[in-house]
Design a binder for this molecule. Structure first.
Ligand SMILES: [Zn+2]
Length: 129
């Protein structure tokens, strides 16, 4: 069973390592920010969430599909997650933060993420070998 609240989910670690390799430095889980973003770039005022496709309902994604059984249980539960995600993103933006969501399924093809990450974050602090 996948856990919703685990701090160091695998996709998140994958993204973190990748960002580090690209030359970015960041903080983790700033609990003083709405939604406790997974990866935080304080100086840049940018926050990244790495979302599990199921729990956060990645639309159009296979992993985001709601199980056939117990739909009356899952739909409201997952809708609440989605609603919370939206509220967190709105609150962060109001505080002047830029927000990027990376989906779990996207972390399987990291090279495809690179241009998006660089575009979102801007140039790296250090040169990358
Ligand atoms: Zn997905």
């Amino acid at each position: 069973m996948r856990r919703i609240t685990s701090k160091d989910t695998k996709p998140e670690i994958v993204v973190r390592r990748f960002l580090f390799r690209l030359g970015y430095r960041f903080r983790l889980h700033r609990s003083d920010l709405p939604g406790r973003p997974d990866i935080v770039f304080v100086g840049r005022r940018k926050a990244i969430f790495v979302h599990g496709c199921f729990w956060h309902q990645h639309s159009g994604c296979r992993e985001g599909r709601i199980p056939g059984s117990r739909k009356d249980y899952w739909i409201p539960k997952l809708e609440r997650n989605k609603q919370r995600d939206r509220e967190h993103a709105v609150s962060l933006r109001r505080l002047g933060w830029d927000v990027l969501v990376i989906w779990e399924c996207e972390t399987e093809k990291l090279h495809r993420l690179e241009p998006r990450l660089v575009k979102f974050l801007g140039p790296q602090e250090r040169s990358v070998k």
